[in-house]
Every structure is written in C-alpha cells, then in structure tokens.
Design a protein around this ligand. Structure first.
Ligand SMILES: C[S@@+](CC[C@H](N)C(=O)[O-])C[C@H]1O[C@@H](n2cnc3c(N)ncnc32)[C@H](O)[C@@H]1O
Length: 225
C-alpha cells in the first residue's frame, strides 16, 4: 500500500522534541516516579520473559525503570534526538512512530505510551491504536496515558482556564500556561468520551481508567480481547 497519503510523524512530533537542548533538559521538566506502573506489571502478567514496547518513549525513563523486571524493552520514538539520547543511556531505542514502527517477532505482552498519542489527529489515533493491537498477544496489555479531556463540553472554558491558572511559571520545571495554551491551539488532544470508543473499536477492553482531578489527563490500562 502506498504511503503518500500518510502524515509525516517527525513533522508532527513537536519541534521541541527534535531539539537536543530541549531533550537534555526534559527529565528536569518532566520528572517521573514510575514505581506504581512497575508494580502493576505482574498483575498484567508482564514479567521476566515479557517483551515491552514503549511508543513515544522520549528520554527513556520508563524503559529504564521497567528494564530490570522484563525480558526486553523496545523504546520507539519519532525524534532522532530522543533516540540518540536513549541509545547513549544503553536503551534499545528505535527511530519510528505509531504509524511507521514495524515490529517484527513474537507478539508482545505490553505496549506503553505516555503523552505521545496526542500528536496525531483522531483518524490517525485510530490507525495507530489498531497498529498497537496488531503488535500484542490476545490478552496483552496497553497502558496509555495522555492529555485527555474528561470534562463536559459546556465546562470546557472553566476547566481550561483553571488548568492554565495553576500551571507552573518556570518552563524548566513543567509546562507553563503559554505552553499549555500552545498545546490547546495546535496539538490533537481529544476527549475521553471520544478516545474510549476508539479503544473499544480496535479491540481493547478498558480494565482501569483514571482521570486527573483537573480532568486534563487520563490513564488507561486495557486488555486486547
Ligand atoms: C511529551 S514527550 C513524552 C515522552 C515520554 N513518553 C514521557 O512520558 O516522558 C512526547 C514524545 O512523543 C514523541 N512523538 C511525537 N509524535 C510521535 C509519533 N507519532 N510516534 C512516536 N513518537 C512520537 C516525541 O518525539 C516525544 O519524544
């Protein structure tokens, strides 16, 4: 099948993610304690013989946290700068994206993705999640976290204004109101009540769903039927 009508994932990956200086400062801007996710792995049947794929892996902090507990972690990212950073940390990193990464081998036990799917518009989210489903064993797990809006349409203005009001002011330590406003204007985050039927449609049952208190983030654990 020709791919001339497919989007260029690198062009939509966020210019900042392609910038080595931004990459070097990323872990300070977005520090994460992955211990809760790592603890949840055994319940998902993910262990020492499992293969895990992290898509939109960024600087690879999830890959590093999970590596001691599984057989293999493949960290996929569309940004060459992120991939170079991960390789320098000893991670098995692959340049590619939701729409271009071609997994070869036995089907995997877990696909993880945090804060990356919003780079694709909804049509391509469907294609991306269908490709994720093709990578997984039946019964395999998907952990998907992202900026996902769980407020009602009529509450949008109030919820967004509160989000921006509470944003940090130092860009080195988090996403400022200006950065979040740019996200709203130009990125493709969607509503929980649009994303959840997509997950169902491509074959996933949502087994755990968490919305942040400000209704801007969602975390899903899903099982492939
Ligand atoms: C906000 S960062 C999140 C990094 C990491 N997952 C984390 O939670 O710390 C988003 C990452 O997604 C990558 N990305 C953007 N579009 C992508 C795509 N279509 N496929 C794979 N990765 C993508 C970017 O290069 C960037 O590294």
């Amino acid at each position: 099948m020709g791919r001339d009508w497919w989007p260029d994932e690198v062009a939509h990956a966020g210019a900042e993610h392609l910038d080595p200086e931004y990459v070097a400062a990323f872990d300070r801007k977005s520090p994460t304690d992955w211990s809760e996710t790592v603890e949840s792995l055994s319940q998902l049947g993910v262990g020492p013989t499992s293969t895990v794929v992290d898509i939109g892996a960024g600087t690879g902090t999830f890959a590093l946290a999970v590596q001691p507990y599984v057989g293999r972690v493949i960290a996929v990212d569309a940004s060459p700068a992120m991939v170079a950073w991960m390789r320098a940390r000893g991670i098995e990193a692959v340049e590619g994206g939701f729409l271009t990464y071609e997994y070869e081998g036995e089907r995997v036990d877990l696909v993880h993705s945090r804060n990356a799917l919003h780079h694709l518009p909804d049509f391509w989210k469907v294609v991306a999640l269908d490709r994720v489903a093709q990578m997984l064993e039946p019964g395999g797990a998907l952990i998907l976290e992202d900026i996902v809006y769980s407020f009602a349409p009529s509450e949008a203005a109030k919820a967004i204004e509160q989000w921006l009001e509470h944003a940090p002011t130092n860009s080195a330590q988090g996403w400022t109101a200006e950065e979040l406003a740019e996200h709203l204007r130009s990125e493709q985050s969607t509503f929980s009540w649009l994303l959840e039927p997509i997950l169902d449609r491509v074959g996933f049952d949502i087994t755990d769903r968490r919305y942040s208190e400000n209704r801007m983030y969602a975390a899903y654990t899903c099982r492939l039927r």
